[in-house]
Design a protein around this ligand. Structure first.
Ligand SMILES: Cc1cc2nc3c(=O)[nH]c(=O)nc-3n(C[C@H](O)[C@H](O)[C@H](O)COP(=O)(O)OP(=O)(O)OC[C@H]3O[C@@H](n4cnc5c(N)ncnc54)[C@H](O)[C@@H]3O)c2cc1C
Length: 335
């Protein structure tokens, strides 16, 4: 029986595992992909928008070549951190189910806790931390043709699309960055975006960051990028897409590849199955939790990171630490 099982080895899960180890807790991290899987899935060569102090576990640890780290520098830092600190992380193993243990007799502390199921193994823990991020369900347009093989829900790299006709649908920074990378490297790029998203400068609305917007505008001026003020996407077909403009005009564009980058949502079903309550947060449904202890309404079930109200890495790292600081002694197994 572990003191703590952490589901997810992103910044939140790694931070919690590190502080759990410092606190002498017996802890296991179970990760369905790779260490730092969300960062692994960032576009190749991306420079992240946060500064090192917002991304590192200990001050001064992360030393990028320039002011801000690239995907590769950040990923390498997180992987090395796990290895150097000998954190107990099981990768490429998805947690499929978590159940409360039902004590056989009267409330016996030793028998309380949780069972955690993967495809091949079963674990027990006194406490569970969900640090599962919010990348499980990429949002869909729900239009005909969206399941064609040339339609992607995340952008990985530019080079397969040089000289191809690329359409990016989306209004946030990920869509802006993908359009910029593609336009700069010689794809015939169209960004289909709602006008209010293009004109927004409010970071709270997840607008395109100015250091992405400015070079995008430069690409527009050089005629290397097309901007389409979107009403809606009508249909994606082999070789073309049909769009409706903000004014209601129907337009058919020749097309080789479509990137639908309109956000993603967490899978809260395991948590809800345990009885964790949810509410409407800033960016959709979030679990209800104590903002200091990060414990949910279900004793022994904690949450941290992207699927809570802390959407960025700094908040995820701080939450991971706070969970351990506040993990009450009563929830730690009797040894
Ligand atoms: C392109 C891009 C650029 C970004 N740039 C920045 C930036 O500059 N600064 C910033 O602060 N934020 C940035 N973000 C957001 C940032 O990635 C998230 O805030 C951060 O990853 C949150 O950390 P986390 O630990 O909460 O979740 P994640 O990093 O998403 O980690 C969750 C982990 O849980 C795993 N998992 C999920 N379900 C299960 C399961 N059932 N079983 C086992 N494992 C599971 C996932 O595989 C994943 O590895 C960016 C996001 C994107 C997409």
């Amino acid at each position: 029986m572990y003191d703590l099982i952490i589901i997810g080895a992103g910044p939140a899960g790694i931070s919690a595992a590190y502080h759990a180890k410092q606190a002498g807790l017996d802890c296991l991290v179970i990760e369905k992909g790779l260490i730092g899987n969300t960062i692994y899935n960032y576009p190749v060569g991306l420079t992240v928008f946060s500064t090192t102090n917002e991304l590192e576990f200990n001050d001064g640890d992360l030393k990028p070549a320039r002011e801000k780290p690239t995907r590769e520098e950040l990923l390498s830092y997180y992987v090395r951190f796990v290895l150097d600190n000998e954190l107990n992380v099981l990768t490429e193993t998805a947690v499929l189910r978590v159940e409360k243990k039902i004590p056989a007799k009267m409330q016996s502390r030793k028998e309380e806790g949780f069972k955690v199921y993967t495809e091949t193994e079963e674990f027990e823990a006194a406490n569970i931390l969900f640090a599962i991020g919010a990348m499980d369900y990429p949002r869909k347009l729900n239009v005909p043709g969206e399941d064609l093989p040339h339609v992607y829900d995340h952008f990985r790299e530019t080079y397969p699309w040089v000289k191809k006709k690329a359409l990016i649908v989306g209004g946030g920074n990920s869509a802006g960055e993908a359009a910029l990378f593609l336009a700069q490297e010689g794809a015939e790029t169209t960004l289909a975006i709602f006008r209010e998203n293009w004109e927004s400068t409010d970071p709270k609305q997840g607008c395109i960051k100015y250091w992405v917007k400015q070079p995008l505008e430069a690409e527009l001026n050089e005629h290397c990028l097309n901007l389409f003020f979107l009403g809606k996407v009508i249909e994606i077909r082999e070789g073309e897409v049909e769009l409706e403009s903000e004014k209601g005009d129907r337009v058919v564009l020749a097309n080789d590849v479509v990137f639908v980058l309109i956000g993603s949502d967490a899978d809260l079903s395991m948590m809800k199955g345990l009885g964790v309550e949810t509410e409407n947060g800033k960016a959709g449904e979030v679990p209800v939790y104590d903002p200091e202890t990060f414990e949910t309404n279900v004793p022994g079930v904690y949450v941290a990171g992207h699927f809570t109200n802390q959407r960025h890495i700094k908040g995820a790292i701080d939450a991971g630490q706070a969970v351990i600081r506040n993990l009450p002694a009563k929830h730690v197994k009797e040894r």
